[in-house]
Design a binder for this molecule. Structure first.
Ligand code: FES
Length: 324
């Protein structure tokens, strides 16, 4: 991975383990010498190196407003039995284990304005929004958090949030407590200058995007972070990518991304989330038609086809020429 230029490598130790929700493990990390950790802001994440060479991104949870001078990093990890094994490894961590961490980085920061904020969380997507709720409560801005989870038992930190923020927080469960999240109604009813922050699975993100467009909320006021990795789609075919600066042409197979193929061939890029939500890897398309799989671009930007997120998006044309 090509990290952000200011990303830091940290050697940390597991200080505590908790169980804040069904199939969710809280992992609290601190410096090996017990000293201060780098500060972060609401919405930030770290990447934890997992066996096999990968790194999983986890949002940093700040319940107490201490992100400016943290002595520990609090993560929450949902067990994903169908995943590549990173979450299982995280669930197996014990107090005293050492972990290698990169970060913190923030691609999902709160805007600096004073307008109202609507936070919407799906499942474990609540983690960055917990820190945002803490920051907003300190700021005096108008805000609300709607948190959807299948059941009360699965709503990690739900009761903690209710206890700290009262009726600013609404829980939604399929069976009780507010019922399913009424995305369209919530977005339709906000003030026009409201900033919307949503973190959850792809269908929820897409629902919020559509509701915001229908309500006339500017795309720049809708901020999204996905909590599931992209999956190959039926019918995905190979296509070619031409690197404009060198003229090199690479074939992108169906189950691989442009970023993966270019990186292993020594092409320099900057990227982060690899889910299509941070926008870091956005690249200009000089020729060809992209097949957008991200949640960053507006419908107008998708239709124009001038830029694409090369960590997830593919091609509708046989070849793309990219400004790399
Ligand atoms: S790396 Fe985040 S959108 Fe591509």
């Amino acid at each position: 991975m090509e990290p952000h230029p200011d990303a830091q490598e940290l050697d940390l130790i597991v200080a505590r383990i908790g169980d804040p929700g069904a199939e969710i493990r809280e992992v609290v990390l601190c410096a090996v010498d017990g000293g201060a950790l780098p500060p972060f802001s609401a919405g930030a994440h770290v990447r934890v190196a997992v066996p096999g060479g990968g790194a999983n991104a986890y949002s940093l949870i700040d319940l107490d407003g201490r992100c400016g001078s943290p002595s520990e990093y609090v993560l929450a990890v949902r067990l994903d039995p169908a995943g590549a094994g990173g979450s299982k490894w995280m669930h197996g961590l014990r107090v005293g284990d050492r972990v290698s961490v990169c970060g913190p980085q923030n691609d999902f920061a709160l805007d600096a304005g004073a307008s109202p904020v609507l936070l919407m969380a799906g499942g474990i997507g609540v983690t960055p929004l917990i820190s945002m709720a803490t920051a907003l409560a300190q700021s005096g801005r108008e805000w609300r958090l709607h948190y959807a989870a299948r059941t009360a038992a699965a709503a990690a930190y739900g009761n903690v949030l209710m206890g700290r923020h009262g009726d600013r927080v609404t829980l939604h469960h399929d069976d009780v407590a507010g019922g399913p999240l009424p995305v369209a109604a919530l977005v339709r009813d906000v003030a026009p200058d409201t900033h919307v922050y949503v973190c959850g699975p792809r269908p929820m993100i897409e629902a919020v995007r559509e509701a915001a467009e229908a309500a006339g909320i500017p795309h720049a006021q809708v901020h999204m972070e996905l909590f599931d990795a992209p999956v190959p789609q039926a019918g995905d075919a190979p296509f070619e990518v031409e690197v404009a600066s060198t003229g090199q042409v690479f074939v992108i197979p169906p189950k691989r991304t442009i970023v993966e193929v270019l990186e292993e061939n020594g092409i320099e890029m900057i990227y982060d989330c690899q889910r299509g939500d941070c926008g870091i890897c956005q690249t200009t398309v000089l020729e060809g038609v992209p097949d957008h799989r991200d949640v960053v671009l507006s419908e107008a930007e998708r239709a124009a086809g001038n830029v694409m997120q090369i960590c997830v998006s593919r091609a509708k044309s046989p070849r793309l020429k990219l400004d790399l």
